[in-house]
Design a protein around this ligand. Structure first.
Ligand SMILES: Cc1cc2nc3c(=O)[nH]c(=O)nc-3n(C[C@H](O)[C@H](O)[C@H](O)COP(=O)(O)O)c2cc1C
Length: 174
């Protein structure tokens, strides 16, 4: 699929079939994350691959809202960054997360970005703190997002030009 087509058809998928994701597809997706550019070439991001149903369920409970879909995904990639290494770790991790989602689509899979950074439980526990305990992360590690991945249980329409808000584009004329 051409890149312009790929970015049109990529949608957030939250319902997956039970089919496991093949190892070579997981590897291709991880390569995409590792290929992401990084400010000052620091590369502070790391990736935790989860396919254990119990752990997927616990990931889905790390924050109060918008993460329940992770429990029903066959695979999740937790995107973490060593915040002591880079002041632009959010940007680095966001690009890696984006490339992971695009490569998942390229592999014929569906994916959804589930935000963890700046999110938490209703009683105020940061999602990262819950995930740090669950995944045995270092104190300087912060979790940007969990990407839920799997075979799509339903199709979603590709975006067309009619969906795009061209009024948000400003051409500077002097
Ligand atoms: C920074 C960011 C955080 C997001 N967090 C969540 C989330 O926690 N849970 C969720 O179900 N979707 C999440 N999404 C997916 C968005 O809801 C989705 O991208 C948006 O509705 C547009 O739909 P589309 O991805 O199909 O184009 C997130 C997306 C981004 C970019």
């Amino acid at each position: 699929m051409e890149f312009s087509e790929l970015i049109r058809v990529r949608r957030s998928h939250r319902k997956f079939t039970a089919q496991a994701v093949e190892r070579q597809k997981v590897e291709a997706i991880l390569k995409a994350g590792l290929l992401a550019p990084s400010g000052k070439s620091v590369y502070p991001c790391e990736f935790v691959v989860v396919d254990e149903p119990d752990v997927l369920t616990k990931l889905s409970q790390a924050k109060a809202h918008g993460a329940s879909l992770v429990a029903n995904a066959p695979l999740a990639i937790v995107v973490i960054a060593d915040t002591s290494k880079s002041d632009v770790w959010v940007e680095d991790a966001s690009i890696a997360t984006t490339l992971i989602m695009l490569e998942a689509e390229n592999q014929g899979l569906g994916a959804c970005w589930v935000q963890m950074h700046l999110r938490g439980t209703d009683d105020g526990v940061p999602a990262t703190e819950n995930l740090r305990k669950l995944l045995n992360l270092k104190p300087e590690h912060e979790v940007l997002a969990v990407v839920a991945i799997g075979y799509k249980a339903e199709e979603k329409p590709a975006r067309t030009d009619a969906d795009l808000k061209f009024e948000k584009v400003h051409h500077l004329t002097l």
